[in-house]
Design a protein around this ligand. Structure first.
Ligand code: MSP
Length: 631
């Protein structure tokens, strides 16, 4: 029996599950279910990524330990996957002891082999920000670009992975495996990146504790990505259940989002090459969802909270929509209106109605029993179905979920037309029993095959549909063929599979919510007078003004701020000419962190009012003294 091993990323536990997590996991589930249907022995792995500074900080903010935080968030993920009928075989947590052991074991081995070495992370360090900077990032070669304070030269010990020595091996691997990264345009991005040259990467940290300790050096914890990526092998028994590991490795498909491609397409195969393990066969990077035309911000997330979507539309309709609406690999927009439209159009009208019509006619004209077809029947639907079986297979092998669904809908539409053209009610009236039997058989068998191929996408609804067609068993590979429906099988009409929704009403309700969410985001925080008094805003006079070369919007100003001269880069070049500014009095925020803009250090900023793409600089009475402070 052939095997298929599919994975999702393991999700960080500093956040509750959102639409993006659901998307990746549903896609992996559809593949897992489809491969099982086709007779493969499937292993489907998902789980959670629980180490690292981010988790440590999130836990601290809640006043609990990182493990307590992880334990509580894991429950949310598991519950959601249950509601979506995600058929994973194992849920891995990076705090599981077997995983921690595998990561330590590999770290140790790569160290002994020389692929990991203790080096020095040398750079310019800003202690308040706990960040290293390179020389070119510093302001005037000496200040932190984040806070503006002076940095110090610091060396920190860190373990490094010799990524640089894998550059050529990786490029050769990409050449030999052109489908390693999909979609194709992402493979090109990865190649271009590697060709630019790879540097060794730091894979240990000493500034926090929440991680797997370096086995031979207790001061260091292992970098979270080194830890996390190895879940894909520890989760199927690497070094704990060798037989299982050998059966399922290499992974056939890692499904991930585009934001984490570099880790999966560059670091991961290099780590594996170093460990003497074959790289995975494919990494598919999907696109990102926006929500109602906007970036998925914190407050907009509620509008598409996966649990809420299931409550409103049902798990299967949501699964269908996510797989159908946008080509896998591209970005797309999630809107409730589009979802309701798909439910009403594709699911209720096209599919639901076809099932309803055919069952009604079978009950009326054939005593509710699948008729016996004859040899000389027409093969129109049969041929279309055979093509559909091949198309779905071809498309799902490329993770082209929407294309697979389109090819199923071509058949559904053809079957609806077939009913109209063949008009079984006339055949019945004209007493053409044989032809009527053939027509009904063709339709019932088409419906059965449609349900079988849609089963990986909508397992619960398709179970119901098959049951209405008199088929009670879960579909397996032998059911993916024409002619399986047994004449004499009793059908039973049930309630409509997909009830219709009021699209307008939904659109209105959501529009209101989105507006509220936007308001929520725009909400200005109340501040205290003490907070305000921290801002030092003074009247300044423009002494010099010139455009920053090669920009339209930036003007470099030299200001007299009363006590000293200051240089500011202001984004007002689209509204003002430099010569008109000289001699003008402006409002100046004195104590803003300095920042480098186009190579010029900007100290503070000048204030202006703006509305509808227009800009207004405040005017002052002639006698306003330079240095006068706004209070
Ligand atoms: N822990 C790492 C993965 C380690 S895998 C060895 C991680 N976790 S995550 O929780 O931040 O992200 C999980 C996934 O959610 C990513 O694949 C990311 O692309 C996906 N999405 C996050 N926001 C998304 C959208 N708005 N739309 C679609 N997917 C999005 O990264």
């Amino acid at each position: 029996m052939s095997k298929f091993y599919v994975t999702t990323p393991i999700y960080y536990v500093n956040d509750v599950p959102h639409l993006g997590h659901a998307y990746t996991t549903i896609a992996a589930d559809v593949i897992a279910r489809y491969k099982r249907l086709k007779g493969y022995e499937v292993f489907f792995l998902t789980g959670t990524d629980e180490h690292g500074q981010k988790i440590e900080k999130a836990a601290k903010a809640k006043g609990i330990s990182p493990k307590e935080l992880a334990d509580s968030v894991v429950v949310n993920f598991k519950k959601l996957w249950e509601r979506f009928n995600i058929s994973y075989d194992h849920f891995i947590r990076t705090t599981d002891d077997y995983h921690e052991r595998v990561v330590q074991e590999i770290f140790q081995r790569l160290y002994e082999k020389g692929d990991i070495y203790l080096g020095e992370y040398e750079g310019w360090y800003c202690t308040p920000c706990e960040s290293f900077w390179s020389k070119s990032q510093l302001i005037e070669g000496k200040c932190c670009p984040d806070c503006g304070r002076p940095v110090e030269r610091l060396k920190e010990k860190s373990y490094f992975f010799r990524l640089s020595t894998y550059q050529d091996k990786l490029l050769k691997f990409y050449e030999d495996n052109p489908d390693f990264v999909m979609p194709e345009f992402r493979m090109n991005e990865v190649k271009a990146f590697v060709k630019q040259g790879l540097e060794d990467i730091s894979i240990s940290r000493t500034t926090f504790r929440w991680g797997i300790p370096v086995p031979f050096d207790n001061e260091h914890v292992i970098y979270v990505w080194f830890d996390a990526l190895f879940n894909y092998v520890s989760g199927i028994g690497y070094s704990t259940d060798q037989e299982k590991f050998e059966k399922f490795w290499p992974a056939d498909l890692h499904i991930i989002g585009k934001d984490i491609l570099r880790f999966h397409a560059i670091y991961w195969p290099a780590f594996l090459m170093a460990a003497g393990v074959e790289p995975p066969k494919r990494v598919f990077a999907h696109g990102w969802w926006t929500v109602e035309g906007r970036k998925m911000s914190k407050s907009l997330r509620n509008v598409v909270d996966p649990n809420r979507l299931i409550d409103a539309y049902g798990a299967d309709a949501v699964r269908y929509f996510l797989m159908r609406e946008v080509p896998f690999g591209l970005d797309g927009d999630f809107s409730h209106k589009a979802l309701a439209h798909r439910i009403n159009g594709d699911l209720a009208n096209d599919l639901g109605n076809l099932l309803y019509r055919v069952l009604t006619m079978t009950i009326k004209y054939s005593d509710g029993v699948v008729p016996e077809p004859t040899e000389d029947r027409d093969r129109e639907l049969e041929n279309l179905c055979k093509k559909m079986i091949e198309d779905v297979d071809r498309y799902l092998d490329k993770q082209a979920f929407n294309r697979a669904l389109e090819s199923i809908w071509e058949v559904i539409r053809a079957a609806n037309k077939y009913v109209d053209v063949k008009a079984p009610w006339s055949l019945y009236k004209e007493n053409k029993r044989e032809e009527l039997g053939n027509v009904l058989y063709n339709l019932l068998e088409t419906l059965r095959l449609v349900a079988v191929l849609l089963y990986p996408f909508m397992p619960v609804k398709m179970d119901e549909m098959l049951s209405q067609l008199g088929v009670e068993s879960t579909p397996t590979v032998k059911d993916v063929a024409w002619g399986v429906l047994v004449p004499g099988t009793k059908v039973k009409k049930g309630k409509p599979l997909f009830p219709k929704l009021d699209e307008e009403e939904i659109a209105k309700k959501i529009e209101k919510e989105v507006k509220e969410a936007e308001k929520e985001e725009e909400k200005v925080e109340e501040i205290s007078i003490e907070y305000f008094s921290k801002l030092k805003i003074v009247v300044a006079k423009v002494l010099e003004a010139e455009r920053v070369p090669k920009t339209d919007r930036l003007i470099k100003l030299v200001l007299d701020v009363g006590s000293e001269k200051r240089t500011v880069v202001a984004g007002i070049g689209a509204w003002y000419e430099p010569q008109d500014l000289v001699g003008k009095k402006v409002l100046y925020l004195y104590n803003l962190k300095p920042r480098k803009l186009r190579g010029v250090l900007s100290q503070g900023m000048i204030l202006a009012a703006s509305k509808d793409d227009k800009l207004y600089l405040p005017e002052f009475p002639e006698n306003t003294p330079v240095g006068a402070q706004v209070r």
